[in-house]
Design a protein around this ligand. Structure first.
Ligand SMILES: [Ca+2]
Length: 418
């Protein structure tokens, strides 16, 4: 059942700036991805990908892990970390929790490259659509890529209908994040947008407005954004259609970002719904494909996505930890990309041959900032994790100028000017 291969064994482990290895944790086989900025533990037998993400810059574990690992395919355990819930997060049966991936065996393959490492995981699930009775068969592939010198953990998803009939499903990337070492006062959630889909709540201050979920509400909504530990048992679940979301801990100026690519479903494309389940005892972040996770999703219009035989659903989700960024900066972001945040849009201003660069970005790792004039590099600077001020004066002759960020994920044009 298990397929394990460690490829490209050309260099000694110690020389790699990013490594992948098989280890044991609490008696269970796990895979560890590690570089200078984080150590991620993938408990693939329990489908917790990852189970743990230790952010070395802050010294904080970013996930909540309430239970020790063990192997149990019959009963659900809250081991913590991220669990991809497919075909639903919960069903009518109390034992039907967090989908099927934790119940089935996984095939895995590890790849050690020079500047990146890869965990390739694959599992198959089959189930009956509760509304139509159709037999559905899905192949779920999750590839996790770690890079040299950055806290970014790239998660590539590919779901294929390998059955003979249409297959419907929900998918939530259920993340038990406890940013900054745990759930405490001052933790906050944010996603850009001006409205959210209320899924359910028992929060008196929300219900007092006469709302009846599911419905749309103005966003941001303080009950869902501000974590306030209270003795009461209040909860609220909302989704914000957005390409990114963040969970921050204001006292440490620490934040964990999730940045999503567009979602391709069969021949169409869609946008991720950034779900937050905020309670007075903790919170869970759930980037999802629809505005539903529970049993009613099967009979709600738009509650599921659908794939014809042979069709696939594909998207990427990038997780990255940042240090030195406060709540105001997160809420005021102009843009969030997989490997940088734009706090103030970079500009290139020219007065004759004097060129002024201005802007402010935040980075989850190391890279270079370069101003290029054709193939000529006019200015280059090493940059590192945290907020980076761009303020330079450079001499340049007429012609096109490009300000670029180069990191281990690639080269990104921040701004161009003539
Ligand atoms: Ca915290």
């Amino acid at each position: 059942m298990m397929r394990l291969a460690l490829c490209v064994l050309a260099l000694p482990m110690a020389s790699w700036a990013i490594t992948i290895s098989e280890e044991e944790r609490e008696g269970q086989p796990v895979v560890v991805m590690e570089n200078d900025l984080y150590r991620a533990v993938l408990a693939y037998r329990q489908a917790r990908l990852p189970l743990s993400y230790f952010f070395k810059l802050s010294g904080h574990e970013e996930f909540v892990m309430p239970e020790k690992l063990l192997e149990d395919k019959e009963h659900f355990h809250y081991f913590g970390g991220i669990i991809d819930c497919i075909p639903s997060t919960s069903g009518e049966d109390p034992e039907d929790r967090k989908g099927l991936l934790w119940r089935v065996p996984w095939d895995i393959r590890l790849v050690q490259g020079e500047d990146s490492v890869k965990f390739e995981g694959r599992a198959e699930i089959s189930y009956s659509d509760p509304a139509t009775g159709r037999r559905c068969r899905l192949r779920f592939e999750k590839t996790m890529v770690g890079y040299r010198g950055t806290s970014v953990l790239e998660m590539r998803y590919r779901i294929e209908n390998f059955g003979e009939q249409e297959a419907r499903f929900m998918l939530a990337v259920h993340g038990r994040i406890g940013v900054g070492g745990g759930w405490d006062q001052g933790d906050y959630f944010y996603a850009p947008g001006d409205s959210c889909r209320l899924y359910y709540t028992n929060w008196p201050s929300v219900l007092e407005r006469g709302v009846e979920p599911p419905c749309w509400l103005e966003w941001p909504l303080k009950e869902a954004t501000d974590y306030r530990p209270l003795d009461s048992n209040y909860h609220i679940f909302v989704y914000v259609p957005a390409d990114w979301c963040a969970v921050g801990d204001e006292k440490y100026k620490e934040a964990v970002f999730f940045v999503a690519s567009p979602v391709r479903i069969g021949k169409g494309t869609g946008q991720m719904k950034m779900g937050i389940f905020m309670t007075t005892n903790g919170y869970v972040v759930e980037p999802s494909l629809t505005y539903c996770g529970g049993p009613e999703g099967w009979t709600t219009p738009g509650g599921t996505v659908s794939l014809g035989p042979g069709e696939t659903c594909e998207f990427k989700l990038y997780m990255a930890a940042y240090l030195g960024i406060d709540r105001g900066q997160v809420e005021g972001l102009k843009e969030a990309r997989p490997s940088f945040l734009v706090l103030e849009r970079p500009e290139i201003r020219r007065r004759g041959e004097i060129v002024t660069l201005k802007g402010r970005i935040a980075l989850p790792g190391f890279g270079k900032l370069a101003l290029e004039h054709g193939r000529k590099v006019l200015y280059e600077r090493d940059v590192g994790p945290g907020v980076v001020e761009v303020e330079e004066e450079v001499r340049a002759k007429a012609g096109k100028l490009s300000l670029k960020l180069k990191d281990s994920l690639g080269t990104f044009v921040l701004v161009e000017a003539r």
